[in-house]
Write a protein that binds this ligand. Structure first.
Ligand code: FES
Ligand SMILES: [Fe+2]
Length: 457
């Protein structure tokens, strides 16, 4: 690794800049395979995608492909998706798909027919005796990859010497555990290819600072001033208040009062606007309906805090009546968890008690100007009422993704193009509201050994 000086967590509150090499350089994109993707825990799927023995799922990142399989009722294994004979990819991804999944009793290579059981052992090599005794189990078994789960997500790590997943995710894992994401299920999942670097795409979801410029229609429903805070590799943002004397009035989470004189009305208007323009995500039908009743159930002049309390209690009761039980999350836990998380390097979670809106971005081969972008909504469902979902390729339009996400998407290629300009002097992230972005680059620089953020003097 090259020598470089990185900023400390404390310095993230200062005005910083970092070079655009990480977004634009082909060499950098190639180095990410060796220095980043093969060294970190990566969100590779959800446990619900492989419920039964033999169910498998592939995950590609850069030039690497991993196959995860449920090898026994309680065990998930992960392997490099490559045949040990002459290196054919073992499980193919269909053209136009972003992963392969299905159920198999064994993996059979399409080239010379070698077979592998679900534990990765090579169980059949055609004309094995031609090798005499050279084809040992170690030489022929599938190359295993570290795999573990948290919150219903399957994570993989290609580094055999990596720290355990839990350690890697802390303190984010402990702060978010009360939300019991493992009990949520996919509501919808979509993906698209953007003409931008994967970092350009995921960073668009690291801060609400862009609401004022991108989602102007939302301004009449709420305040979007935000804090952001580093937690080691990971970081969180939440709604904040410009006036320090008002700090405790505004909830940092998505379930909060809206803008306007009457919190009974503004809370509903904000929730309804989010639900209808963020593709039925970022809140739930139960929360929207309970908010709609606030004007009938509460007297005029009810203080904002009481409105929120009543609203959440009645939504909780509505959900309980249909078999959806909320976990108990204390106000302190709720406030610490904030609005939205960035899990290093490429995962974003915007959470609520009964839902989560998540994003993932990954490179498209080694092209620094393209990425695969995926987004999905999770929700709590009554047992047996979970929708059946599949990954759907969706053009980045408002009718496919909702108006708000289409607005976010309209910035992707334009930011990438702009950063390629010889007139661009380098990024100037907001020291208070965009600290998630600088923390991301602080950590990225540590893995990559280059391109560290520096203090603007
Ligand atoms: S490459 Fe797989 S059997 Fe030959
Ligand atoms: Fe946005």
């Amino acid at each position: 690794m090259d020598t470089f000086v990185n900023v400390s967590v404390e310095q993230l509150s200062e005005a910083l800049t970092f070079p655009v090499e990480a977004y634009l350089s082909q060499e950098y994109a190639r180095a990410e395979g060796d220095r980043l993707w093969s060294k970190v825990w990566l969100h590779a799927g959800r446990v619900e995608e492989i419920p039964d023995v033999g169910d498998y799922l592939t995950f590609d990142v850069g030039e690497d492909s991993i196959v995860m399989v449920r090898s026994s009722p309680d065990t998930i294994k992960a392997y490099h998706n490559v045949c040990s004979h002459r290196g054919r990819r073992l499980v193919d991804t269909a053209p136009g798909a972003q992963c392969a999944h299905g159920r198999k009793k064994m993996f059979v290579c399409g080239f010379h027919g070698w077979r592998y059981d679900l534990d990765g052992k090579c169980t059949f090599k055609l004309d094995e005796s031609d090798w005499k005794s050279a084809l040992t189990e170690e030489r022929t078994r599938l190359n295993e990859v570290k795999v573990d789960t948290w919150g219903g997500w399957i994570y993989i790590n290609m580094d055999p010497n990596c720290v355990p997943l839990r350690e890697y995710l802390e303190p984010a894992a402990s702060i978010l555990d009360p939300f019991e994401f493992a009990k949520m299920r996919y509501k919808w999942r979509q993906w698209v290819i953007f003409d931008c670097n994967w970092k350009t795409a995921i960073e668009a979801f690291m801060e609400p600072y862009h609401v004022e410029g991108t989602h102007t229609q939302l301004l009449k429903y709420g305040q979007y001033y935000a804090y952001s805070k580093a937690h080691g590799l990971h970081a969180v943002s939440g709604f904040d208040e410009r006036d320090p004397s008002l700090k405790m009035k505004q909830s940092s989470t998505i379930t909060r009062v809206g803008k306007g004189k009457d919190p009974r009305i503004s809370t509903y208007e904000l929730q309804n606007e989010i639900y209808t323009t963020v593709n039925n995500a970022s809140t739930t039908e139960t929360l929207v309906n309970a908010a709609k009743r606030l004007v009938d159930e509460l007297p005029e002049g009810t203080p904002p805090g009481e409105v929120i309390k009543h609203w959440l209690a009645s939504a909780r009761a509505d959900d309980a009546a249909r078999g959806v039980n909320w976990p108990t999350i204390t106000p302190e836990q709720m406030s610490e968890a904030g609005l939205a998380w960035s899990i290093f390097p490429n995962m974003a979670i915007l959470q609520g008690v009964t839902f989560a809106l998540c994003y993932r971005a990954r490179p498209y081969g080694d092209d620094p100007h393209k990425c695969i972008f995926e987004s999905y909504a999770l929700e709590r469902y009554p047992e047996g009422a979970e929708p059946k979902t599949e990954w759907v390729y969706a053009e980045p339009t408002a009718d496919k993704w909702g108006f708000v996400l289409s607005q976010d998407f309209s910035n992707m290629g334009a930011v990438q193009k702009g950063m390629r300009s010889r007139g661009f002097r380098g990024t100037l992230p907001n020291p208070h509201q965009e600290r998630k972005v600088t923390n991301f680059h602080r950590n990225l620089a540590r893995y990559m050994g280059t391109g560290a953020p520096r203090v603007l003097k």
